[in-house]
Design a binder for this molecule. Structure first.
Ligand SMILES: Cc1ncc(C[n+]2csc(CCOP(=O)(O)OP(=O)(O)O)c2C)c(N)n1
Ligand SMILES: [Mg+2]
Length: 384
């Protein structure tokens, strides 16, 4: 294929991107294996393919931007940037020993949470797995309550008893934060059943990773949802790895969307690096759900830029592969499209970044100052 120049492509070369890479690179315990900066040894074909894909996506993203309210678009960008800055800080304080236990970061997947959840009404419900910090914030939970939960402090959303994997808020209709792979698919189906039974009109978004799809829970739930017409939108966040195992090594049929055909459930494949594509697909699914309760399966293809968790040595994927996906960083793609559509200026973007950094700093201060849970709290709100 003909090599395209950087100028022709108008590729992102922003301060954000550069600082993000450098920052993570320098401090990463896993060094260049998880997040890599550009170097001379990468396969140029892979890079060119990623660039061409970027150009293609940008066109369709621009069309969708034109149909959407400007204030909402800026809020979507803010939530993506907040998620990124917040989690970069999580990585930093985790390495300092301020956060204990497991910690799974969402960096690279922000377009999925923002594109899908910001298409919901506040009363709609969400349930997810353990990669849940950003989703909790997009659903309306404060950065303070999420960071304090990560710190195991009293000010956390579940008073410091859940930690990273168990964000939860009844007030914001956010029902976890679950550590058992695929377990939340059954619970989410039950939530949709309850909404239908009570006639509340709520839609449920149920997130899970591609590694959960090989489990019985996924298949039983989809069958039931379609049979009983339950208003559930199943969002498979296909980041292509379940811990260190690639999807290719674990799944006989690679199209997850097509698995929905086995149960007659509406399904779509979506580019998870494109926040507007995720939004548009979710809006179509919401329309179906509100009309007659029909469920939908969305396979949203993305990539996690970091390791599976903070303790992942990350030696199962190549530098080229990571670089290929970083060329299509969902935040940069969206930001550049907004600028091209004249919805955003570079100055406004800098203000958004500053706001996200300040919100993260406030969350850290709150978490650090929040007391540890009292001993008397040991057995309250605990079910076993
Ligand atoms: C039932 C069950 N089996 C195994 C595990 C161990 N485990 C934790 S995360 C994970 C990988 C899940 O990958 P995926 O569903 O693709 O989500 P991702 O981490 O990529 O977001 C596994 C196997 C678990 N938590 N629960
Ligand atoms: Mg996965």
């Amino acid at each position: 294929m003909t090599a395209l120049t950087t100028e022709e492509l108008n590729l992102p070369k922003t301060a954000t991107r550069q600082t993000t890479e450098t920052k993570i690179d320098k401090s990463s315990r896993n060094g260049s294996k998880t997040i890599v900066a550009k170097d001379e040894n990468v396969d140029q074909d892979v890079v060119e393919l990623a660039k061409a894909e970027y150009v293609k996506r940008r066109k369709s993203q621009l069309e969708s931007i034109k149909r959407t309210d400007k204030k909402l678009l800026r809020e979507m960008l803010y939530q993506m940037v907040l998620g990124r800055r917040f989690e970069e800080k999580c990585a930093e304080v985790y390495r300092m020993g301020n956060i204990g236990g497991f910690c799974h970061l969402y960096i690279g997947q922000e377009a999925i949470a923002v594109g899908s959840m910001m298409a919901l009404k506040p009363e709609d419900m969400v349930i997810t797995a353990y990669r849940d910090h950003v989703q909790a914030m997009v659903k309306g939970m404060t950065p303070e309550s999420v960071m304090a939960e990560l710190y195991g402090k009293e000010g956390g959303c579940v008073k410091g008893k859940g930690g990273s994997m168990h964000m939860f808020s009844k007030e914001h209709e956010f029902y976890g934060g679950h550590g058992i792979v695929g377990g939340q698919i059954g619970v989410g189906t039950g939530m949709a059943y309850a909404a239908k039974y009570k006639g509340t009109g709520q839609v449920t978004l149920c997130f899970f990773g591609e590694a959960a799809v090989n489990q019985g829970m996924f298949h039983e739930s989809l069958n039931m949802a379609q049979l009983w017409k339950l208003p559930c939108i199943y969002i498979c966040e296909n980041n292509q790895y379940g811990m260190g195992t690639s999807q290719k090594r674990a799944m006989s049929i690679s199209s997850i969307a097509k698995k929905g055909d086995g149960y007659g459930i509406a399904n779509e494949f979506v580019d998870g690096m494109d926040v507007m594509a995720v939004r548009d697909a979710t809006l179509r699914a919401i329309e179906r759900a509100r009309k007659d309760g029909s469920p939908t399966l969305l396979e949203v293809r993305a990539y996690r830029f970091m390791g599976h968790s903070m303790s992942d040595p990350g030696n199962y994927r190549t530098r080229d592969e990571i670089l290929k996906y970083q060329e299509r960083d969902p935040i940069i793609l969206f930001k550049d499209s907004l600028k091209e559509a004249k919805v955003l200026t570079e100055k406004e973007f800098e203000a958004i970044e500053q706001e996200a950094i300040e919100a993260t700093d406030r969350a850290i201060k709150f978490a650090e100052e929040s007391p540890l849970p009292q001993e008397s709290e040991l057995f309250t709100d605990v079910f076993a």
